[in-house]
Design a protein around this ligand. Structure first.
Ligand code: AMP
Length: 500
């Protein structure tokens, strides 16, 4: 079944109700959304010449056109490749080329620096308006194994990998939401303040399944005041937020108050939530929080800690449970595995593994990584954790090198490779240091070949990688600590940094 059916159903059942809104203003009804997507999808197939299964890269900020473009892809039997618009042009070019996208849909402010051979449709130009006048296409049937969303994750080897999220994976995630995360009522809303290319975009589906309104902020970004005003006008609103966003929102409410009665649920995830921050969020908003743990390879669906668990203050293990990521979601089995992937006894630490309907079948054009990561059906998440007697999973560490800053993954290797291209740097190791604001701060430990200035290294990074991936601090050392195999000891570097 095509995931676009969820949207078509709304158009048929309650077509006049709001489908997409920009802040407090309705942008289009469910019927109009489906109609626009059918026309845009028709244009993609007949005018842009895309065959079923072809990929369409979406490089947009959170805006109404994002939702109709993604829906147009599914409607017309194409696969969406949502790429974070904040990435560096080199990184965008990689995703476009690697996915062999036949079309890129973007905005004027990004198109000038886009490096791609294929056709580009610019949503704020006349071409897009003309595309919306094309003949509508009938909703294209899709099988559950067909590719719906190619989700590029940063690879530990520095090269991003495309997790192939199928129509079946999205359906499984949608069902699991209602069992494991929260309920959604018809006429409720989701406020997309977090990037649609990631978790917030995936949560379009459970909300579409219940006929809820998809709300995008006018600014296209995360602005607490704008969120406050948007939510004040929409009863039953849910938001997906990274822990850093929850912290910013909490601080905003503590300082400015506001009317938050319509905020029904905040689903947080994507990075560890510190208990002190959750305590403050509870004290400010009450028990309106749910947590998910997932990754591109099992979108939004590995474990969950629902609102009831957050509110169950009388439970003897309440605080421990708040620190966990909850229990396995309904559509997956979760276990803690040893180095061979064999299940470890309860309480022992190992790699978190998952198997089930939400786990992707593999990586796009990368059979070797597919075999290594989910070859036997069990997804190796690369996250280290423990499971207690009651099935609650606590993440102890991540695969050693991944840094999560502001809810976004940064792989040190990628930053290291760029820094090593600078003539003044002989050796480098990039680590994440706990930071109350960002979760983790990126620190580059460098051994110089010749004297360097921070600002010059900063400029060098900005020339090659996304702004958010550049180190915030440079630590100059005479040598890097290494083990007998010549591998850099990052734990020792972290300890050394703590002493400075
Ligand atoms: P991504 O594939 O970009 O969604 O990143 C997935 C990674 O984010 C996971 O493998 C975890 O390391 C981390 N992550 C996701 N959810 C949580 C959570 N609830 N608590 C801690 N870390 C999380």
């Amino acid at each position: 079944m095509n995931v676009a059916h969820m949207f078509e159903r709304n158009a048929l059942r309650s077509g006049a109700e709001p489908g997409v809104a920009i802040g407090g203003e309705t942008f289009c009804s469910h019927a109009l959304l489906a109609g626009r997507a059918a026309r845009l999808g028709g244009w993609m197939r007949s005018r842009a010449g895309l065959e079923p299964g072809a990929r369409v890269a979406i490089i947009l900020t959170n805006r109404a056109e994002y939702i109709e473009t993604a829906l147009a892809c599914w409607w017309a039997g194409l696969a969406a490749v949502p790429v974070n618009a904040r990435l560096h042009p080199h990184e965008l070019a990689f995703a476009i080329a690697h996915s062999e996208a036949g079309l890129v849909v973007s905005e004027e402010r990004f198109t000038a620096s886009l490096d791609c051979a294929c056709r580009v449709l610019t949503v704020d130009a006349a071409d897009y308006r003309h595309a919306l006048e094309a003949d509508p296409i009938a909703l294209m049937p899709r099988d559950q194994d067909d590719l719906a969303w190619l989700f590029y994750t940063s690879g530990t080897t520095g090269r991003p990998k495309g997790a192939m999220i199928t129509h079946g994976n999205i359906r499984a995630m949608t069902y699991s939401y209602f069992i494991d995360i929260d309920t959604i009522g018809e006429g409720d809303a989701i406020f997309h303040a977090a990037p649609l290319s990631h978790g917030s975009g995936l949560y379009m589906f459970p909300h579409a399944a219940r006929g809820a309104v998809q709300v995008v902020p006018e600014s296209g970004g995360f602005d607490p005041l704008e969120i406050e005003h948007g939510i004040a006008r929409r009863p039953g609103t849910t938001m997906f937020a990274a822990p850093t966003m929850v912290k910013r929102l909490t601080r905003h409410v503590r300082e400015h108050g506001g009317d938050w009665r319509n905020l029904k649920t905040v689903v947080y995830g994507g990075a560890p939530m510190y208990l002190a921050d959750l305590d403050e969020a509870h004290a400010t908003f009450g028990h309106r929080f749910a947590q998910l743990y997932g990754q591109g390879e099992s979108p939004m669906t590995i474990t969950a800690l629902d609102k009831a668990a957050h509110a169950n203050t009388g439970h003897p293990r309440y605080r421990e449970r708040l620190q966990s990521a909850g229990t396995a979601q309904t559509v997956v089995e979760v276990r803690i595995g040893d180095a061979q992937g064999l299940a470890l006894p309860k309480g022992e630490r190992g790699e978190i593994m998952a198997r089930g309907a939400s786990v992707v079948p593999g990586y796009w054009r990368d059979p070797e990584a597919t075999r290594r990561t989910m070859g036997d059906g069990w997804l190796r998440t690369g996250d280290v954790g423990e499971m207690d007697e009651d099935g609650f999973v606590t993440l102890k560490d991540r695969s050693k090198d991944l840094i999560i800053s502001g809810g976004t993954n940064v792989y040190p290797r990628e930053v290291e490779e760029v820094l090593l291209r600078h003539a003044g740097i002989r050796e480098v190791s990039v680590i994440g240091i706990p930071d109350p604001e960002w979760g983790e701060r990126i620190v580059a430990c460098i051994v110089e070949a010749s004297p360097t200035e921070d600002c010059e290294l900063d400029r060098h990074c900005l020339d090659h990688i996304a702004r958010f991936k550049r180190p915030k601090t440079y630590l100059r050392l005479t040598g890097l600590p290494k083990n007998n195999y010549g591998k850099v000891l990052k734990t020792e570097l972290r300890a050394r940094f703590a002493e400075t």
